[in-house]
Design a protein around this ligand. Structure first.
Ligand code: PEP
Ligand code: CO
Length: 459
């Protein structure tokens, strides 16, 4: 891993400490009825080993800086919400597999290195539109992610339990451990498209084009193996970074540490924490917390964010405009992106701020259909992605990454895609406890669509 050889002078934030967020308004927090039990769990958590290291975080910062200069593309993806009972080898392997195959498609098609960032090993806390949920006249606390409570609609399941903080750390470290082992073991076969599941291609209107792309990847892999005399995947470690929404501030604080020979504090629960759309108010405790840590930070940017607000956020979170520090993850929706994104791109460009722009085409395209199920249409996801490339090009900027909710499992949560999943299919394999995810085939198809768009732009 490349750590910057000559670190830039580090300027630490003033009046900040890992607990300073506590004097700000912390929205979206669980209300634990038993303060002593919470304090005890947090004390235990603060003594547990970290999940990532400071040098990995600094390496990611360097790579984000490269992506800001157009030298890399970021692929960030994973579950909307991880669940404790899905902390198992099949789910983890399949998720890594789809991310790796997507990244190889992007590397080959965009002709540049890809930074792989998983939404895993800590994506256990969820923001909710309401503190409570009412069903048939019964009102209970909302499900806030497995780190807080459980999704079943019973008083017992919805009771916020501080011991879940410890379980979240344990599941994150089990996930991290297995991911590191898989990566170190070399996923050699996964580099060969002949081992990919491409049966969906026959159903795509772009089958020929996509088949050519897959064959091109195969040829490159074989060429590289011939030249190096080694199996692809054993030549270079496929690096994965982790990310999650830094929502549960007590959890984040407990994993915020100083390390020998480095100044300042690192959030060692993840490489890349992000601030969710509901917690980006300037006076919100989440902004205060993120201000002081040295990790690169993602900021979700929705349609209600004004250019003035965004510039103020950048001033707070990156006052010295350091490269590699900020990624703006816009999630406007297919119908809103052309109206809401260009003014923000221009404002950031005019102010000369260094950011990485990432498109999240998922969260602005969520719909609830008649049966009460949340879904997203593949067509809308694709349209937003497509328009994101155009908006950046037309406003003197560059789209540097994509942020997706996906799984390697064969779920039916989003409609459309090559197999044209219908609303009637959703019941068949709908597993998400929060937002609908792309399945393996839809995710791979999306990566091929991104390549196609990129190549059309380049022509
Ligand atoms: C999410 O990424 O799961 C999420 C809740 O996103 P947002 O904050 O953009 O709504
Ligand atoms: Co989500």
């Amino acid at each position: 891993m490349n750590v910057p050889s000559q670190p830039a002078p580090i300027r630490l934030p003033e009046d900040w400490s890992p607990v300073s967020w506590q004097s700000f308004n912390a929205s979206q927090q669980a209300r634990y009825p038993d303060q002593n039990a919470l304090d005890e769990a947090l004390k235990e958590l603060a003594d547990l080993p970290p999940l990532v290291t400071s040098w990995e975080i600094l390496s990611l910062r360097q790579q984000v800086a490269e992506a800001q200069r157009g030298e890399r593309f970021v692929l960030q993806g994973g579950d909307c919400a991880e669940n404790f009972d899905e902390c198992n080898s099949q789910v983890i392997t399949n998720r890594l597999k789809v991310l790796l195959q997507m990244s190889l498609t992007l590397i080959h098609g965009l002709q540049m290195p890809v930074v792989r960032i998983g939404r895993f090993a800590g994506q256990y806390a969820k923001p909710r539109s309401s503190d409570t949920e009412t069903r048939d006249g019964v009102t209970l606390p909302s499900y806030r992610g497995d780190i807080v409570n459980s999704p079943e609609f019973t008083a017992e399941a919805r009771h916020p339990d501080p011991r879940r903080l410890i379980r979240a750390h344990a599941c994150s470290s089990l996930t991290m451990n297995f991911v590191r082992a898989l990566v170190d073991g070399g996923f050699a076969d996964l580099h060969h498209p002949e081992y990919w599941d491409l049966s969906w291609l026959d159903h795509s209107p772009l089958a020929d084009e996509f088949r050519t792309l897959a064959e091109g990847i195969g040829r490159s892999v074989r060429f590289m193996e011939t030249v190096s005399g080694r199996r692809a995947g054993s030549v270079e470690r496929a690096e994965f970074f982790t990310s999650h929404e830094a929502l549960h501030l007590h959890y984040e604080q407990a994993l915020t540490r100083q390390v020998p020979r480095q100044v300042g504090y690192f959030n060692l629960s993840t490489h890349f924490p992000w601030i969710g759309m509901r917690t980006t108010a300037l006076e919100d405790a989440h902004v205060e917390y993120c201000r002081g840590i040295r990790n690169p930070i993602g900021i979700k940017v929705g349609p209600s964010v004004s250019a003035a607000h965004l510039l103020e956020l950048l001033e707070i979170l990156n006052p010295h405009d350091e490269p590699g520090r900020i990624a703006l993850i816009h999630r406007m929706g297919a119908t809103g992106i052309e109206k809401h994104l260009p003014p923000l791109i221009r404002a950031v460009g005019d102010a000369g701020k260094t950011v990485l722009w990432i498109c999240d085409p998922m969260h602005g395209n969520t719909e609830t259909i008649g049966s009460g199920i949340k879904t997203r249409r593949f067509r809308n996801i694709m349209t937003e992605m497509d328009l994101a490339f155009d908006c950046h090009r037309d406003n003197g900027s560059r789209l540097g990454g994509v942020h997706l909710e996906l799984t390697g499992e064969n779920v039916t949560e989003c409609t459309g895609g090559a197999r044209d999943l219908l609303e009637a299919d959703l019941d068949r394999a709908y597993k998400s406890t929060v937002d609908p995810r792309l399945n393996y085939e839809q995710a791979l198809e999306l990566s091929m669509m991104i390549v196609r768009k990129h190549q059309n732009h380049a022509r």
